[in-house]
Write a protein that binds this ligand. Structure first.
Ligand code: ATR
Length: 272
């Protein structure tokens, strides 16, 4: 009876259990496998994860605030997880813990079909930004061979953090990005999570989007987010955070089960 889970703090809001259990049922694994949410406070994270293998877990998704800690405690890690410096997927096998990062491949999968080459703007400098910068730039080809690398500009409210992650992951830090010059704009900041006006906090204007652009907002909740609403009004292609969640979850499920994930089932469950 292999168990799976998402582990985080807090984790009650996560759409992953609904999405992954629907996928397991559609694959005919619903009787055997299960996926649950585990909330664990920071002092207990490592002990809890190390106990999971013995408790019958085959794998886990790791979410805020544990993605860096998950990489550190793993016995082995993928090139993506190492480069990004964070892991969102753990696998337990033969007493060992393997770490992977499917946030990067998930973003590229969510963009598939709408990806053009050119210049990309990543807003933010946290873990989600690191995965995006790596995936869109130099690292992307290793998770998706069809992916054309972008020139990646990075903006962050605290400019020093943008400079740091850009230097580390191969982007260019920018203070005042020119919205019109980007083929792709990805918001990884928390702006909008608590109803903030993105156009007050981010270097973007509501009327500044163009039809040729692709705009991603990792923040989801409000549907569509004010950022994506404005982008869609301009005719831009929009991708929301739930689609990225579905795609990263599908890649994780494939790692654990070796089966082709039922994306449509997962998308419907995540959005229900
Ligand atoms: P994650 O790992 O999920 O990306 P994080 O490390 O907490 O989360 O990063 C949150 C991001 O949202 C940061 O880039 C943060 O900017 P700072 O580095 O300046 O803190 C950004 N952010 C949060 N609130 C913001 C706001 N009101 N305006 C602009 N950026 C904001």
């Amino acid at each position: 009876m292999p168990r799976l889970a998402v582990i985080g703090f807090p984790v009650g809001h996560s759409r992953s259990p609904a999405m992954q259990n629907a996928a397991l049922a559609a694959l005919g694994l619903g009787e055997e496998w299960s996926y649950e949410a585990i909330e664990v406070a920071p002092p207990d994270f490592e002990v809890k994860v190390r106990a999971m293998a013995a408790a019958g877990f085959a794998g886990a998704n790791v979410t805020v605030p544990y993605k860096e800690a998950a990489l550190v405690l793993a016995d082995e890690s993928s090139a993506a997880a190492k480069a990004i410096g964070a892991a969102n997927t753990l696998s337990f096998s033969a007493g060992r813990i393997a770490a992977d990062n499917t946030d990067s491949g998930g973003l590229l999968a969510a963009l598939r079909g709408s990806l053009r080459t050119g210049r990309a703007l990543v807003l933010g400098a946290g873990g989600a930004a690191r995965a995006a910068i790596w995936a869109l730039g130099a690292g992307g080809a290793s998770v998706d061979a069809s992916h054309p690398p972008f020139e990646v500009d990075v903006w962050n409210r605290t400019g020093a953090r943008a400079a740091m992650v850009a230097a580390e992951l191969g982007g260019n830090a920018v203070d005042s990005p020119i919205q019109a010059k980007y083929g792709l704009i990805v918001n990884t900041t928390a702006v909008g999570l608590h109803g903030e006006d993105p156009f007050e906090h981010l270097p973007l204007s509501a009327g500044g989007f163009a039809a040729e652009q692709v705009v991603v907002d990792m923040v989801y909740g409000e549907q569509p987010s004010p950022l994506l609403g404005a982008a869609a009004d301009a005719g831009a292609t929009v991708v929301d955070g739930l689609e990225v969640l579905v795609q990263q979850g599908a890649l994780s499920l494939r790692i654990w089960t070796g089966r082709e994930p039922p994306i449509d089932v997962m998308r419907a469950a995540a959005r229900a």
